[in-house]
Design a protein around this ligand. Sequence first.
Ligand SMILES: Cc1cc2nc3c(=O)[nH]c(=O)nc-3n(C[C@H](O)[C@H](O)[C@H](O)COP(=O)(O)OP(=O)(O)OC[C@H]3O[C@@H](n4cnc5c(N)ncnc54)[C@H](O)[C@@H]3O)c2cc1C
Length: 387
Amino acid sequence: MLPAMRRDAREPLDLVLVGGGHAHVHVLRAFAARPEPGVRLTLVSRDLSTPYSGMLPGVVAGHYSPDQAHIDLAPLAAAAGARLVHDSVVGLDRAGLRLALAAGAPLSYGLVSIDVGICPDLGAIAGAAQHGIPVKPVGRLLPRLEALRARCREEGGPRKIVVVGGGAGGVELVLALRARLLGDAAAAGRDPLRLGFALVTAETVLATHNPRVRAACRRILAERGIVLYEHWRVAALTDNAIIADTEDRIPADAVLLTTHAAAPRWLRQSGLSCDAGGFVAVAPTLQSVYDPHVFAAGDCAALVETPREKAGVFAVRAGPPLAANLRAKARGEPLRPWHPQQRHLALITTGERYAVASRGPFKAEGPWLWVLKDIIDRRWMRRFQMS
Ligand SMILES: Cc1cc2nc3c(=O)[nH]c(=O)nc-3n(C[C@H](O)[C@H](O)[C@H](O)COP(=O)(O)OP(=O)(O)OC[C@H]3O[C@@H](n4cnc5c(N)ncnc54)[C@H](O)[C@@H]3O)c2cc1C
């Protein structure tokens, strides 16, 4: 049974944004530009800054400082007139229209929008929790990489670095990490050749991209001495190797896992309708297919009619339709469907100031594409800098 939306017209509607992800930063910006009368906005976020996924590989490679690639949520929330609650939501009581928080008292809502990303799912690989470095959630990645850099600077530190996952995130990460760690070694007067890198994927590398993009990335990996293992499914990690389901082994002192991420458990536990992976099933309006008081966007949502890969680009693009539909819902107006693009331009960076462009059958590469990406990313970030 769903609770009816009963509201005294004089009572403000409590719109609670859960998570400061890529879609919600746009919602905050939209409400800052045009406040909605009768809506009381609250942002609950586990982290006080949002890493912009497009610039993360650039931070790893050392082209940007972490600050340049993070959106500070406090001034953004203040500009939107939103109360900021620094806490984690751990449960959704749909009947009582309340959110349970990890530390604070439960929070009532009239309308809730969820953009919390995904969390690591290390249970699928034996030993992953002890020996793996999960890349998700992205907000936790940079401290983990700093710890890895510090270990690599030690005398007996890791020498063989393996990234698992052959999507764009994995390719960019191994290339960026290699550039950074070789730079660290050279700066410390150590022989960079002592470091070895590998990329391991259960399918072909960049399986969702066209063959010319795949060929370019294979060539770029090989030129940089990164060993690529395709059709290699990881079953277990030990302290010095990764082991395939065929029992083949690859020596590894540090293993980063870009695969094996899952939906936060509390989403399914709330009784919301979810897809097989536990991600909130939403209509093209980004409204839950089951509960009209709930919206979701970004990696934690599953667009049931138009499924898309989990990528920052779709979380970013969901921002404007989400803001418009939350506003429409608050006003009691009809919601509008969002039709996410089938294809999008992906600019895959290679650790240096160089990128490969991929869109449908199109492929290009060169330093100019890195410059283009830099312009696009910096422009996007400027929209969220309030000071
Ligand atoms: C190395 C790397 C490179 C990548 N590069 C790209 C790229 O170039 N292009 C691209 O499109 N994608 C890229 N991605 C993927 C991209 O990072 C994600 O798809 C994107 O971050 C998803 O955005 P989101 O808004 O769904 O969630 P997130 O950006 O993860 O934001 C989630 C927010 O919710 C908050 N939160 C989480 N749980 C709770 C809770 N329980 N309560 C309250 N708040 C909570 C977090 O603090 C955070 O503010 C990359 C990923 C990695 C790891």
